[in-house]
Design a protein around this ligand. Structure first.
Ligand code: GLV
Ligand code: GLV
Length: 331
């Protein structure tokens, strides 16, 4: 085999086998935080790579690398890739859209329900052996979802899938997005566009599904939290950094928000210490897309993208989820 690829973490064996039909595969035995210099050293010896959100690929990582042709990201979001630098270096970049949409939307509801009804906190209390009778009728009071207004910030594919599920809870949906959806889609999602201030003020509960960019950094900070209802649940399945975690911890501690369900964190895997102490926060380690079927589909799509980018398989030369098509013209 003429070409080699690097896989920055263990993957499903059948997915690795599909790569190995065409290229030499070097797989790391575990996920790790790698410095730009460590990434550079790995990538200089290969034609392509499958990487994850913890691997930040910028100009310094690919500088002087004349061999690398393709980077396949194991995620739909790609704020860990400097697309401009990759395009300038003639490197194709791909992501994993669509295959994770429904699983991720399910998880937004898992966090919303768990946070609203205090599932994690109640389980900790139960496991600690504290249910010994004498529980008060007004203990463990949560907030309702049924019939309340659901707010969604970011109405891409995942936001729309979250919205579609709201009809089972009889929840009207309001959303904010840079661009309004076509009317037919709004009708189908039973969703109404509002400006950001209206979204914050009128949503009974708010789910964040925007990509992370310079514009969405701290889109929810102290000022925005202050506009939300005190009975609201905030769910972040998008990216760390969209919420100002320190400001959120203060709002939760002061009871200015009912609860939060968080799958992503600023500077993850680090966790803001104040969030760890808060019973009203349901926390999970970035697992919204982690169902058995969907993680397998994401891995296979990343492998298919990589092989196509390197000229192999049914899509040779046309990676199904190419992020920077300009690179194909300019090389
Ligand atoms: C996960 O966060 C993804 O972007 O796929
Ligand atoms: C995000 O990329 C989405 O699919 O909503």
């Amino acid at each position: 085999k003429q070409q080699s690829v690097w896989v920055s973490r263990p993957l499903f064996p059948e997915v690795l086998a599909s790569l190995a039909q065409y290229v030499d595969v070097r797989v790391e035995t575990r996920e790790a935080r790698r410095t730009p210099e460590q990434l550079r050293t790995k990538l200089v010896k290969v034609d392509g790579a499958i990487i994850g959100l913890g691997d930040r690929i910028d100009a310094s990582v690919v500088a002087g690398n004349r061999r690398l042709k393709a980077i396949a990201n194991l995620a739909v979001g790609y704020n860990n890739l400097d697309l401009e630098a990759l395009t300038a270096a003639g490197i194709q970049a791909t992501n994993t859209p669509d295959v994770l949409t429904q699983t991720t939307a399910d998880y937004a509801w898992a966090l919303l329900l768990a946070a609203a009804r205090r599932v994690s906190s109640a389980e900790r209390w139960l496991r600690a052996g504290r249910w010994r009778g004498g529980m008060r009728f007004d203990d463990w009071l949560g907030v309702d979802l049924y019939g309340k207004t659901l707010g969604i910030l970011g109405m891409g594919r995942i936001g729309q899938a979250v919205a579609r599920r709201a009809s089972g809870f009889d929840m009207p949906v309001i959303y904010h997005n840079r661009s309004r959806l076509p009317e037919a889609v709004e009708r189908e999602c039973r969703a109404r566009w509002v400006d950001k201030a209206q979204l914050l003020q009128h949503a009974d509960h708010l789910v964040l599904v925007v990509p992370y960019t310079a514009q969405t950094h701290h889109a929810i900070g102290a000022a925005e939290l202050a506009q939300m209802k005190r009975t609201a649940v905030l769910v972040n399945i998008a990216r760390g950094g969209i919420v100002d975690d320190a400001a959120l911890a203060v709002a939760l501690r002061e009871g200015r928000l009912a609860a939060a369900g968080l799958d992503v964190f600023e500077g993850e895997p680090a966790l803001h210490p104040a969030l760890r102490e808060l019973e009203s926060a349901v926390l999970s380690p970035h697992i919204a897309s982690a169902s058995a079927d969907t993680r397998r589909a994401m891995a296979q799509l990343a492998a298919d993208n990589l092989l196509a980018a390197l000229g192999h398989g049914p899509d040779a030369g046309r990676p199904p989820s190419l992020l920077n098509p300009a690179v194909l013209g300019g090389r």
